[in-house]
Write a protein that binds this ligand. Structure first.
Ligand code: ARG
Length: 267
């Protein structure tokens, strides 16, 4: 082989090796920004507020994301979308990670990686305050038109409440209406298009606090709780870096503080 060809081959190989060595974490640091995907319909996790006439996304997930970005030494960019589009955005690479109060279920773990759990909550049922006497027990919801967020674990919880078997949870149910945004579910409840919502507890309380006509019932729905950050598979160093940030925040009780601050911001 001619020396020139050899040297260009060596150069090409070196380039390929260089590309391979660049991890997701390197790429983020190089780009100078961390792009997170979220569904900002979920106070106090992530929601919109009007600050100084400007629309802004805030919440304790956003505060956590800002700390992760700070630890990585990059700026934070937020992409707001429907909850059921988040994992596809992760796979497509349009977001670097998902912070959306997402529960690390076994099903999702087949498609994406998760960080450690940074917050634990319960699942419940939201109703119109005026209807409270209609529902003395969890069983009272068997024949009630319920709503749940499309793509979220609450859809399965609502169906289970209606006696649907585990094997059939993927099938649509006539009495479980699935909508893309939690804010739309709340509107439908207020305007009597649906009668109850399978709802994350802290989120239900945040909505109820500002809307006296809706309330959480005392009934807890069984679910493995907990929220974690989701990643496209195959970036262990990125997951490890985020886990370090989360551990720091949890140890300093910063997550609890962010939750309290976010609750205060709910409009
Ligand atoms: N924890 C539930 C789930 O993972 C609901 C999360 C909904 N998040 C949101 N930002 N709307 O399915």
């Amino acid at each position: 082989m001619q020396p020139r060809i050899v040297s260009s081959l060596v150069l090409a190989l070196a380039l390929v090796a260089g590309l391979q060595a660049q991890t997701k974490l390197d790429q983020i640091k190089k780009s100078g920004k961390l792009v997170i995907g979220t569904s900002a319909d979920f106070p106090p996790y992530e929601f919109h507020v009007q600050a100084g006439g400007k629309d802004q996304i805030v919440g304790f997930d956003v505060a956590i994301a800002a700390e992760i970005a700070k630890d990585l030494g990059v700026k934070l960019e937020i992409k707001d979308m429907r909850f059921d589009g988040l994992l596809a955005a992760l796979q497509a690479g349009t977001v670097d990670l998902v912070l959306a109060g997402m529960t690390p279920t076994e099903e999702r773990k087949k498609a994406v990686d998760f960080s450690d759990i940074y917050y634990v909550s319960k699942q419940g049922i939201m109703i119109r305050t005026a209807d409270a006497a209609k529902y003395p027990a969890k069983e009272s919801f068997k024949e009630v038109l319920m709503g749940a967020q499309k793509g979220a674990i609450q859809v399965g919880l609502a169906k289970t409440l209606k006696g649907v078997a585990k094997a059939d949870l993927e099938k649509p149910h006539a009495q479980v209406k699935e909508l893309g945004k939690v804010s739309d579910l709340v509107l439908e409840l207020k305007f009597k298009k649906i009668d109850a919502i399978a709802m994350e507890w802290a989120v239900g309380e945040a909505y109820a606090e500002k809307n006296p006509d809706i309330a959480m019932t005392p009934f807890v729905l069984d679910a493995d709780g907990g929220s974690a950050v989701a990643f496209k598979k195959g970036s262990p160093e990125f997951v490890a870096a985020v886990n370090r940030s989360l551990a720091r925040l949890v140890a300093a009780k910063a997550v609890d503080k962010f939750v309290a601050e976010a609750v205060d911001l709910v409009e």
